[in-house]
Design a binder for this molecule. Structure first.
Ligand code: GAP
Length: 449
């Protein structure tokens, strides 16, 4: 959560955004939500391939930041929390965006995202904006049958608060000592004034966040050093796990006057989207702001000195939907097919790709080929999510798998029946090699690291 900053708008690169939106719909990554009822503005549904890609990103994140670390544990908290949480955290008062309305067409805008002296971007009339009002972004609902003030609750606008509210329970049950972190991923809701740009800004989205708790810093280096550690880790995640070109991501050290109410320092990691350079992730030093507000008594006791205190928190926050969007944008590749045409493929890191491989019989009308290919498929699927395709010719099957980023296509042909090898075709190079059927599991495993 941070105050909005104005961002530069880059020219649309080869309509790549349109191509991605169309590919997502056509191949079942992301559909418009509630489409048969005319849709619901800016809501999107992940389809069969989208849910795989999204789950793979989420799992890779959990692996890197939770399972492969000794100093991190996870939680999965309720989406609707006691409304006191949002009062105490400052969200009821501060989680706002400035809103203006055009008096002519009644379209609403975020005052910090448009030029208020320019004509209305919707109806082009001049001098029609109202005074800016602070608009709270939390989505309200009621728990129980009566729509009364006392039953009012909010869908969480961030997952972070549960890490503070559950701090003592996690501490008592997991017996951690500082420094350690609590991680969570799940849905968050914000009544955004101007959602848009596909899954970039929606009113319902998935967050992956953690709070990394440290002792009370006595010198600046005490929080700066773990802050730097997370800064590097975020870069490693972006470049190694997501396979994003580092030239496409930039740090923006947020100016003091622009910091959110709880933050002493925030770095935004911004990506060069086709619609401009905008936020991808955030890294914030939240100090002891939240724990101090939630706990009257210091919740942590030093085991050596017995001294009780409120730990400080460093918070890396990652939007899952934005992660998926930048993975698609960076992976989208069009190049010459070497035969005078063009080919398009998604250069997804194999670990993130929905299917790790596709298995084909060379010919669908030769039962002995189909049977052998089916055996290969059944063996591989015990460990990997693999696709089966026996329609059309091999060229069309390659094309279809390239489009969805399947890194390897395995073809069972007549030689396979003789010598137990198959053709493995690499998505990125379009090169083929013969691999022993018995070695296929190991072959894929080595590529998945
Ligand atoms: N707990 C801190 C926090 O929530 P934030 O910068 O407001 O920080 C974290 O949000 C991340 O969530 C952002 O960096 C972005 O990736 C993602 N995000 C925020 N608002 C979003 C929205 N309306 N739609 C999709 N993703 C969003």
């Amino acid at each position: 959560m941070k105050k909005a900053s104005k961002s530069s708008s880059l020219p649309e690169k080869d309509n790549v955004m349109e191509k991605i939106v169309s590919l997502c719909k056509r191949r079942g990554f992301v559909f418009p939500g509630s489409e048969i009822y005319g849709g619901l503005a800016n809501s999107w549904d992940y389809g069969p391939l989208g849910v795989e890609l999204k789950n793979n990103i989420k799992q890779a994140w959990w692996d890197r930041f939770v399972h492969r670390r000794d100093d991190m544990v996870g939680i999965d908290a309720a989406l609707i929390m006691n409304p006191k949480v949002w009062e105490v955290s400052g969200h009821l008062q501060n989680f706002t965006d400035p809103l203006v309305e055009c008096k002519n067409c009644h379209e609403r805008f975020r005052a910090d995202q448009i030029d208020l002296k320019a004509p209305c971007p919707h109806c082009a009339k001049k001098n029609t904006f109202t005074e800016a009002k602070q608009f709270n972004l939390m989505l309200k609902t009621f728990l129980g049958p009566a729509e009364e003030k006392t039953n009012e609750v909010y869908f969480r606008p961030e997952t972070a608060q549960a890490m503070f509210v559950d701090f003592k329970n996690v501490l008592d049950t997991s017996r951690r000592i500082l420094p350690f972190g609590i991680a969570q991923s799940g849905k968050a809701f914000r009544n955004e004034i101007t959602p848009g740009n596909f899954i970039f800004r929606t009113r319902e989205f998935d967050l992956m966040e953690f709070e990394y708790f440290i002792p009370v810093p006595t010198r600046e280096e005490d929080w700066q050093q773990p802050f730097e550690m997370w800064r590097k880790e975020i870069w490693a995640w972006i470049t190694q796990d997501l396979g994003i070109n580092k030239e496409h991501v930039h740090e923006n050290d947020i100016e003091k006057s622009e910091l959110a109410h709880y933050s002493k320092r925030t770095i935004d990691f911004e990506y060069d989207y086709p619609f401009g350079r905008k936020e991808l992730y955030g890294l914030a030093y939240r100090t002891d702001f939240d724990l101090k507000r939630h706990y009257k008594e210091a919740p942590y006791k030093d085991s050596q000195t017995g001294e009780a205190f409120w730990p400080h928190a460093i918070e890396p926050a990652f939007g899952l939907d934005r992660s998926l969007l930048v993975v698609l944008l960076d992976a989208y590749t069009e190049e010459s097919d070497g035969k005078g045409g063009e080919r398009m493929y998604l250069k997804l890191p194999p670990r993130l790709a929905p299917y790790k491989a596709a298995v084909f019989p060379l010919l669908a009308n030769k039962p002995e080929l189909v049977a052998r290919a089916r055996e290969v498929y059944e063996t591989l699927r015990k460990k990997y999510f693999v696709a089966w395709d026996d329609r059309g010719n091999i060229g069309k099957r390659y094309y279809a798998q390239d489009e969805i980023g399947t890194p390897f296509c395995i073809t069972v042909d007549f030689d396979s029946l003789e010598n137990g090898t198959v053709t493995v075709r690499d998505r990125d190079t379009a090169q083929q090699e013969r691999v022993a059927i018995d070695g296929l599991g190991g072959y894929l495993g080595a590529k998945m690291k």
